[in-house]
Design a binder for this molecule. Structure first.
Ligand SMILES: Nc1ncnc2c1ncn2[C@@H]1O[C@H](COP(=O)(O)OP(=O)(O)OP(=O)(O)O)[C@@H](O)[C@H]1O
Ligand SMILES: [Mg+2]
Length: 480
């Protein structure tokens, strides 16, 4: 519900509450007033009736006095019966009997009387009722009733106090509701302000939970959208920066790579030539050794050439040549190159590949590059020797290839950077090994994960999809 609607509802509720309270109180006080007036009128008519009886008969005088005793409670203070000559013939105040009252000073009807001496100034408000007594044609005299309207006064005062209290209560409820509403609105606004500060300080991970449909909810939604857009923009800027950086470095690198291809071609041709010219002159074991050496050099030259081609096209999509190959075959082709380094550094390499491990649908050459990069990094991280374990397991429709070492590990703050091109902590490193590996794995539709503990070792995990059934297709069949 909108804040506006809530405020209007609160105001209307308060208005209705106030009106109902005042209406009820008014009814209540009206009833009280009517009762009071009824009772006072009854007393006055009784007093008048008694006075007329006194004037018209020779009844005992004490009756008036007795009656007044009871009537005082209803506000009647004094009753005087005055005959036509102006003499007070009977009075509730025995001292006044026989005294004279100036007839022209008797105003008939009801009016406020001058205050009597001795009456409390604050509370007593005397009123005088003068009724002429006429029997037939004969004017017998007057009944003068002096009364105090304190009861009514008190009633009104009590009513006023009640109304004051009720209005106060309604206002208190209103204030409490307003404070509650203000708190409900200012708390999320305060937390929004905090979140805004965090975002402006560069933290774009902030997301506000949207749990209301009012203005605050709208604000939170808008804020989340804004942060989402900022995030997208930041990612875009980052990608743009990387693309620019890569393109600049790529241009430089492809120039160098191009130059490297020529000597590589020459070495390859020279090896062929040496094999042809020199090998026939060698004998026995020496010949076999020479031949193996020449083959290794040629293989490495071929690989270097392959890398150069890939390096030159780093900024462009890789051209994968998929084939269904057993993982152990790829390892068998990749690992001999590292053999000497492993022995030199006293590193043991263990393969844990299940017998029923399915063949992989990959570009063999590319996977070989990945393996060499990962094992190469592991070797570099273990100058003191140790064990490198290569694991493999099937996980539903993908395979999991692991490369675990017992090396120095990677610092937590570096973990997010190691796949970035040109990030390296090694003096002679280029920082392209993991970037290329990650790219190759990504182009295969897979992903790469790293798990490292500083000082005790690192495990890289390649997740590759099994796009074809394990035994479908022919092994080593290249895609057309
Ligand atoms: N197994 C590992 N153990 C410890 N640190 C590693 C491991 N693998 C990678 N790293 C860290 O990641 C960084 C980046 O590795 P990457 O292979 O991309 O580059 P590099 O090995 O430094 O250089 P090159 O381009 O020659 O491979 C390394 O410098 C190293 O700090
Ligand atoms: Mg490396």
């Amino acid at each position: 519900m909108k804040l506006n609607t809530k405020l209007v509802i609160i105001m209307l509720s308060l208005l209705v509450l106030t009106m109902m309270t005042l209406f009820t109180l008014n009814q209540y006080s009206q009833n009280d007033l009517v009762n009071e007036i009824q009772e006072s009128s009854q007393e006055i008519s009784k007093a008048v009736q008694m006075s007329i009886e006194d004037l018209t008969s020779d009844a005992e005088f004490s009756r008036l006095n007795d009656y007044l005793h009871k009537a005082r409670k209803k506000g009647i203070n004094e009753i005087n019966i005055i005959n036509i000559e102006g003499e007070i013939v009977d009075s509730s105040d025995p001292d006044k009997i026989g005294k004279r009252h100036e007839l022209n000073k008797l105003e008939k009807g009801v009016h406020a009387a001058p205050r009597h001496n001795g009456a409390s100034i604050l509370s007593q408000k005397p009123y005088e009722v003068v009724v002429p007594v006429i029997v037939g044609d004969e004017h017998l005299g007057y009944v003068q009733i002096n009364m105090l309207l304190d009861n009514i006064n008190n009633l009104q005062h009590a009513n006023f106090m009640r109304r004051l209290f009720a209005t106060g209560m309604v206002f208190m409820i209103g204030i409490a509701l307003t404070i509650f509403l203000a708190r409900r609105y200012t708390e999320p606004i305060n937390s929004l302000v905090e979140d805004f500060k965090r975002v402006s300080a560069g933290d774009l991970s902030v997301t506000i939970p949207v749990d209301s449909k009012d203005e605050i909810g709208e604000l939170a939604k808008g804020f989340n959208n804004m942060v989402e857009k900022l995030r997208e923009r930041e990612a875009l800027e980052k990608r743009l920066y990387e693309a620019e950086h890569l393109s600049r470095v790529g241009q430089l690198a492809s120039g160098i790579a191009h130059e490297i291809r020529n000597p590589l071609n020459y070495i390859s041709l020279a090896i062929d030539h040496l094999k042809e010219e020199m090998l026939p002159h060698c004998a026995g074991a020496q010949r076999a050794e020479m031949e193996e050496l020449a083959d290794k050099i040629k293989e490495e030259v071929r690989r270097a050439n392959y890398m150069v081609v890939n390096f030159m096209s780093y900024g462009r999509p890789l051209k994968l040549r998929h084939a269904l190959v057993p993982y152990s075959d790829v390892l068998a082709k990749a690992l001999p190159v590292l053999h000497d380094r492993l022995t030199e550094q006293r590193i043991r390499l263990e393969q844990r590949i299940p017998d029923d491990f399915p063949p992989l649908w990959v570009d063999q050459e590319m996977l070989r590059t990945c393996i060499l990069n990962l094992v190469g990094n592991a070797v570099q991280a273990m100058p003191g020797g140790g064990l490198i374990t290569l694991g493999a397991e099937r996980d539903h429709d993908q395979v999991r290839l692991t490369f675990s070492d017992q090396g120095k590990g990677i610092r937590a703050e570096d973990l997010g950077k190691i796949f970035q091109p040109y990030f390296t902590t090694r003096e002679v490193g280029i920082g392209l090994g993991l970037a290329i590996t990650e790219r190759i794995v990504r182009e295969h539709g897979g992903s790469i994960q790293v798990d490292s503990t500083l000082g005790s070792g690192t495990t890289f995990t390649l997740l590759l999809p099994l796009e074809r059934g394990p035994h479908e297709g022919n092994l080593e069949t290249h895609e057309p």
